[in-house]
Ligand binder design. Structure first.
Ligand SMILES: [Zn+2]
Length: 402
């Protein structure tokens, strides 16, 4: 089982200067290695099997830069720029691993074949974290001091102990708007990743409908409202942003104003995350199986409601829900969203509605709030609807619940 714990750091000015310098070195290295790959890509773009001998014969085909060749080449970097000797060599290698990852995501896609956009060069201050890929041993942590290679002891606020039995696989130093943090990647080999054998049944399943009017409605008609942090903070952000735009480029005052804006954004993000964790735990305490609609968030964000959708942050919520469910032995099911709001959750009839229709009335006598009806449908799609299944089997032997 792998988890991450993050702690706040209390650094000396000298340590901050060192980390800042390292980040800048890593940023330059990142951009250089990215450029190397783009250059190769531009020069050898045609498929290998279609690249005629004639065109290749002008110049010999250069080796494609990959993670290993670029890591090997780091020795040359260190020879030309001796300041790279200051860095931990594994940290520098991690920079290349990052280039490799983002480049791969662009060309081949991730494990689900989902492709990301073209990697971008990182502007000044856009490279924010340093990875120490070597394990931190227990003797490296003494009181609130953590021993790291090349920099020595750094002071951290260990607000919660590292759980027993976990080993620190790697550490990451991150610069955020309100200070520096260290993240430990913890692993416990003795605990296998939980595989749940829970089967959704009408008794142990709760359906949730994620909405804009309220954050979610459960199939038991419980409602959780969206805390509109962003809207509240928006006024403040607007003012700060205005102040920022009036400051001269490159001035100290501009830097300070930019920091204030970044801090407000960070605060909103933290509040939202906290809300997501609390909501996920609340749901998992009620039932073993949580069913939700499969969402196309990327498509939704492009629509008119973008601000409200990113404000609610469903993507992050579902991610947290999945992680928390896995560690609690619960199950999260994504169901086909097609027509969940139109279908009657009692008899299965289609009752057409427009977005403004907030209430579901059906000829069979069902009367529910629109979102409540949808949540019930979602639950039935995951766990089955005994009455409905029977009725459908009788009327249409080939039809099934989607
Ligand atoms: Zn009905």
């Amino acid at each position: 089982m792998r988890i991450t714990y993050q702690y706040r750091l209390r650094l000396t000015q000298k340590q901050i200067d060192t980390f800042e310098h390292w980040l800048e070195l890593c940023r330059r290295q990142y951009n250089y290695r990215l450029a190397e790959r783009f250059n190769w890509w531009e020069q050898n773009r045609c498929d290998v099997n279609r690249c005629s001998i004639v065109c290749c014969s002008i110049a010999p085909l250069k080796d494609q830069p990959n993670r290993w060749s670029q890591q090997k080449d780091l020795a040359n970097t260190k020879a030309i720029f001796p300041e790279y000797e200051e860095l931990v060599s594994h940290t520098l290698q991690d920079v290349i691993a990052r280039v490799d990852k983002t480049f791969g995501r662009w060309l081949k896609g991730d494990c689900n074949r989902k492709k990301s956009g073209r990697p971008r060069f990182k502007g000044k201050g856009r490279y924010r974290s340093l990875t120490f890929p070597d394990p931190v041993k227990p003797e490296h942590i003494q009181g609130n001091l953590i021993q790291l290679p090349k920099i020595g002891k750094v002071k951290a606020i260990l607000h919660r102990p590292i759980p027993n039995g976990f080993k620190i696989k790697r550490a990451t130093i991150t610069r955020k708007a309100n200070g520096w943090y260290i993240g430990f990647n913890l692993e416990d080999m003795t605990v296998p990743s939980l595989i749940t054998d829970v089967i959704p049944t009408p008794d142990n399943t709760v359906g949730i409908d994620l909405g804009l009017k309220s954050f979610l409605v459960t199939s038991g008609n419980q409602t959780i409202n969206i805390p509109q942090y962003y809207r509240k903070a928006e006024k403040r952000l607007k003012r700060l942003q205005r102040q920022l735009s009036r400051k001269h480029m490159g001035s100290n005052r501009r830097k300070k104003a930019a920091k204030r804006v970044a801090k407000t954004h960070l605060k909103v993000a933290n509040q939202r995350k906290d809300f997501h964790y609390k909501t996920a735990l609340w749901l998992l305490n009620q039932s073993q199986v949580i069913a939700h609609e499969k969402l196309n968030i990327k498509g939704l964000v492009k629509s008119k409601l973008a601000k409200s959708i990113t404000d609610a942050g469903w993507g992050q919520f579902l991610q947290i829900l999945n992680i928390k469910a896995a560690s609690a032995g619960c199950l999260v099911v994504a169901v086909n969203p097609y027509g969940t709001s139109q279908e009657c959750s009692d008899c299965g009839a289609i009752v057409p509605k427009v977005l403004a229709d907030r209430w579901h009335y059906c000829q069979c006598g069902a009367s529910y709030d629109r979102d409540h009806n949808a949540a019930r449908n979602i639950k039935h799609r995951a766990a089955g609807h005994p009455v409905l299944l029977k009725a459908r089997e009788m009327s249409n032997p080939l039809g099934g619940v989607t």
